[in-house]
Structure formats: structure tokens, C-alpha cells
Write a protein that binds this ligand. Sequence first.
Ligand SMILES: [Zn+2]
Length: 92
Amino acid sequence: MSTVKKIPQRLCIGCGEMKNKKEMIRVLKTAEDGIVIDETGRKNGRGAYICPSMDCFRKAVKGKGLERSLKMAIPKEVYETLEKEMERIEGR
Ligand SMILES: [Zn+2]
């Protein structure tokens, strides 16, 4: 393969910067499980992207970036679950 592939970029819902999609975390709204972090990137549903950083997560919570992206209200418990996941991912 000689062609240069364009790296897909996504907008972070926290800091609002365009980043390499592969370096980001996908937060997904699913019919079965509600809002989950999709680590495989293969699930179907409406997704939002965020940098793997607590800073961005907090910004997304504060600025309601996730709610805007998923077009729904996010319950407090969901944020708490996501925060734990983010801590785990960031600490890797
Ligand atoms: Zn970010």
C-alpha cells in the first residue's frame, strides 16, 4: 500500500480539539446498556469522543458536551460510572 491514509479525527467533547480518533475514547449510547464507554470501537449507536483524560472528562461534564453530543440528559449515576471508567483508563 503506497497511499497515505488520512487519519480520522474526532472532536473531543471536553477540550473541543480535533484529535486522532484512535487515541480517543468513544462514549456510546446503546439501546441495551444505556451510556457506556466503548473500548472496542465496534458497537453501534450514537457516539461521542473524548480524550482519555480526566481534565477533558470534567470539562465535558461541566460544559454539558456529552449531553449535547448524545442529545439527551445524562443522569448523575451515569457520570459517576463514566468517571470511574475514565480514571481506570487514564491510569493505564
Ligand atoms: Zn480533550
